[in-house]
Design a protein around this ligand. Sequence first.
Ligand code: F6P
Length: 341
Amino acid sequence: MRIGVLTGGGDCPGLNAVIRAAVRKGVSVYGHEFVGFRDGWRGPLEGETMPLDVQAVRGILPRGGTILGSSRTNPIKIDGGVERINENLAATGVDALIAIGGEDTLGVAKQLYDLGVRVVGVPKTIDNDLGSTDYTFGFDTAVNIAMEAIDRLHTTAESHHRVLICEVMGRHAGWIALHAGMAAGANVILIPEKPFDIERVCEYVESRFKTRYAPIIVVAEGAHPLEGQMTLQTGELDSFGHVRLGGIGEMLAKEIEKRIGKEARTTVLGHIQRGGTPTAFDRVLATRFGLQAIDAVHEGDFGKMVALQGTRIVRVGLDEATKELKTVPVERYQEAEVFFG
Ligand code: F6P
């Protein structure tokens, strides 16, 4: 078989490990051939490919980003996009596709599968918000980067008696904030799933100052206050209709300074959370996903996404995987709340 591979959406540590595992097993165990599509769905849409053999994947296991490039191109939004993809897959002699991506990339994979494209999906995202899989690779790396940053903020917060706010990514899910905040002992963690009460946040901050420790607030980029408490900015939309998030940390700092008169400063971790080398957990998970994905392709088990359930790598329908976002359940947030204030 000739198998196409693409990586779509925001890059994340572990993408190269998936590509390497699929290619290594596909070539050495099954005798398949591979072709890389560049920049997510833009590759098959415009017929832009790159060679992808064992030599091309040597040494990429610890490398962040993706050797294939990525984009947020949405072929469903482009007139005749799906037809062009079908034509280009045929022209490049591709029998099947491995699409590595988050909810957007896999949503497109699902629609293409319904139209007859032989595709298997691999879930990636630092946000950890995909249904049907306990974890996505990239998440563990992002959490560890954020945890280390928060650990470092503690010393400045305490030396200068400041409120330090750390804004993390995660889009509409609070997983990164919850895990990084718990791991680093945040004073309060704010997540999109639970609108926050600014008065309560200020009480937590003041109680932490009374104990002579300076407060660290971890805020997810998608967190928002109870209606009417603060005015939020509106952001631009990407081609999948997602608003570009960011800025809640700064707004929170201004509001806290105004309300309690203490200096409050914000650190926005941004793309640092997606950069650099994957943790061991993410390398192993991504490798196991890659191995399972090539098995699925070899067996002709299309329309599936590989997933982690417990410690097992399983296959689930793409429809099930993309049905709804996996957000932080109330009881997980309540565990963290014990440590607030
Ligand atoms: O989905 C991963 C993610 O990093 C989100 O946490 C964040 O909201 C978004 O991508 C940022 O996307 P971009 O890098 O395209 O601005």
